[in-house]
Design a protein. Sequence first.
Length: 166
Amino acid sequence: MKKKLEAALNKQLNAELGSAYLYFSIEAYFISVNLNGFANWMHIQAQEEMQHAMKFFDFLNDRNAAVSLPAIPAPKSTWKSPLEAFQDAYKHEQKISKMINDLMDLATKENDHASRTFLQWFVEEQVEEEATALGIVEQIKLAGGSSGALFILDRELGQRTLGPAE
Ligand code: OFO
């Protein structure tokens, strides 16, 4: 594998771990404001991000590429409201989508078909990641500060479970 692509895949491995860090941090915020269903949703999200990170880790190893594990940047730790927290999650996923698209561009430029095939899963996953986060942003907006509506949403988000790693 070309060194430039190897470095970019390692950067994405770090970014996926960073995503897990961010979602654990948002989970802690939700626990602190007694929104345990929202917290559960973030906990599952963080675990999914760990699965994404492992995909990059395994792929690099399978391709006999070097794995590098630099520090994971500390995430933000305070939010003013559930809406702000989910808006941040949505913005974060938009940023990750751009990184995945750039990685795909690089794999294409380097003519690395195995990387392109590997990255295709993430291209599709990011469509879902953005849609899900934006959907919850919209639901929180609809709740419009009504504690009853927020309570119902909290119950719904509390039902999310971790699916098997794909
Ligand atoms: Fe790994 O999809 Fe979110 O960040």
